[in-house]
Design a protein around this ligand. Structure first.
Ligand SMILES: [Zn+2]
Length: 187
């Protein structure tokens, strides 16, 4: 805890006592001798997130978790991986000692973890969070992911345009699907 008067990083405890659900400590700065009080608790009373429109809302782990879950839906992830991402982020937020944090900062934390975990989940999350306005921005994000990742085949999401005759033929003799969707499976 830095001194609130001179920001010096060290202080000595001159008094310590239990209060309610925590410990109150009277401290004296080793540099300027100012006295100040700190309270140590298991967890901050609350943490608020500041949304893009500046609205303030209490941090909600379930919301964070459901956002990550949605992005990771049906991805072949080890069990508990999604909860761990949420746990790590929550722990990071509370241990930061901040009482307010912008949603954009939390979004960045999720992005960083998903990028390391699963690229499809990352892109899904990014498409919501970054609010891509057009396919070009999304493509740039995908390209950035794929660059430097040798061995990953790029599959086109576009189906070839087929003539009506070809479609009828296909309806009668459906081709065997080769699992084209799974080409970007990075696990
Ligand atoms: Zn000081």
């Amino acid at each position: 805890m830095d001194c609130p008067y001179c920001n010096y990083h060290d202080s000595r405890v001159i008094d310590s006592r239990d209060v309610n659900d925590g410990i109150r400590r009277r401290r004296q700065c080793l540099k300027c001798d100012s006295r100040f009080t700190t309270y140590e608790r298991l967890q901050p009373v609350s943490l608020f997130v500041i949304k893009k429109d500046q609205r303030r809302e209490e941090f909600n782990r379930d919301k964070l978790l459901s956002g990550i879950r949605k992005a990771c839906e049906k991805r072949p992830l080890p069990s508990g991986a999604v909860d761990k991402v949420a746990d790590d982020i929550e722990a990071g937020l509370f241990s930061s000692g901040r009482v307010e944090i912008p949603t954009t900062a939390i979004g960045d934390m999720v992005m960083a973890r998903l990028q390391a975990l699963d690229h499809i989940a990352y892109i899904r999350f990014a498409s919501v969070y970054r609010d891509f306005t057009d396919i070009t921005a999304l493509k740039e994000e995908v390209d950035a992911l794929v660059t430097g990742e040798p061995g990953i085949s790029r599959s086109s999401s576009q189906l070839p345009l087929l003539s009506a005759e070809k479609l009828e033929e296909l309806a009668e003799n459906p081709p065997k699907r080769g699992g084209n969707q799974e080409q970007l499976n990075l696990n």
